[in-house]
Write a protein that binds this ligand. Structure first.
Ligand code: NCD
Length: 310
């Protein structure tokens, strides 16, 4: 089973091939059927959650996923609560966790932190988000949600909306789509939050049809999947830039009047005010389903990496 995942680090979604993700999705289907059971396939294993930056869903769903597989979980959810607050460096913290556990999930505000951790740790490292760069497991959940809603990922029109400059979830989602065959990707953002050049050059080099826009109104009727993200306030080097960007876009019921009935809205959460509250109860909202799929997808991933048969 799934030998290419055994013992593997998960740093970027671009490290994966389409067929590997398809295998992960099949196993996630299986994990969903088992989700109400307490399994013992990772009994005796310890998973470390090293969250140097805030998190609700990623940390908790990894914890729930690991526990449902029978693993023990240790970890922390802020720098203040560990010896980093006493000046211990990141490398020493990673070395300790590596010696206490079989796998480390790392979240950090700095780009490259998870990659660096993977070079120090002997055991596998999963990137739970590094600065604005990568959030590979979020992208896995996002694609799995699209597959669940539409029966597949290819041939659909996507709009990725919001903070494409600092948003790692949006960036990873776009990267993930390059492994499939989207019909078109609209990148909709205020001008100061456009996608970074490395993202648009990848789309170009992979021959993906994409278009950058600052408003969605004119294309909303074409879109099948709208992936909305919040403005990443904490990543702005200059607070006055954040003030210019906030409130620059908002998904409202009025905008959605022009949408296909089948349009689905995804959001990695947390959302702030970029989606009007009434949209939550509309036929289009799929972000709570998306969040709930975090547990089975992470169960499948942990099982594949740590070698347990689901
Ligand atoms: C995202 C993150 O931390 O990058 N959240 C998540 O993991 N679901 C998105 C965000 O914070 O906006």
């Amino acid at each position: 089973m799934s030998s290419s995942f055994m013992g593997r680090d998960v740093i970027s979604i671009l490290d994966f091939k389409r067929d590997e993700l398809e295998k992960l999705f099949e196993l996630s289907d299986k994990a969903r059927r088992l989700v109400n059971r307490k399994l013992r396939i990772l009994e005796g294993k310890v998973v470390s959650l090293a969250f140097f930056e805030p998190s609700t869903r990623t940390r908790m769903s990894f914890e729930v996923a690991a526990k449902k597989l029978g693993a023990d979980v240790v970890g922390f959810s802020s720098e203040e609560s560990v010896s980093v607050a006493k000046g211990e460096n990141f490398a020493d913290t990673v070395r300790m966790l590596d010696s206490y556990s079989d796998l480390i999930v790392v979240r950090h505000r700095l780009e490259g932190a998870a990659k660096f951790a993977s070079e120090i740790a002997l055991n596998p490292v999963i990137n739970g988000g590094d600065g604005r760069q990568h959030h590979p497991t979020q992208a896995m959940i996002d694609l799995y949600t699209v597959r669940e809603l539409f029966g597949g990922i290819d041939g659909l029109t996507y709009a990725v909306v919001g903070d494409l400059r600092y948003g790692r979830a949006a960036t990873s989602f776009i990267y993930a789509l390059t492994l499939f065959k989207p019909s078109k990707i609209y990148l909709a953002s205020p001008p100061i939050l456009v996608a970074r050049p490395e993202v648009t050059s990848l789309l170009k080099s992979r021959g993906i049809d994409f278009e950058e826009l600052s408003r969605l109104d004119e294309v909303v009727g074409e879109v099948d999947v709208m992936y909305v993200t919040r403005v990443q306030r904490e990543r702005f080097p200059d607070p006055s830039e954040y003030e210019k960007a906030r409130g620059a876009y908002r998904i409202t019921l009025k905008l959605l009047e022009k949408a296909k009935r089948s349009l689905k809205i995804l959001h990695p959460l947390p959302k702030v005010d970029e989606i009007e509250l009434q949209v939550d109860s509309s036929r289009h909202a799929a972000y709570f389903l998306q969040a709930s799929l975090g547990v089975p997808v992470r169960m499948a991933l942990l099982a594949m990496i740590l070698g347990g048969e689901l």
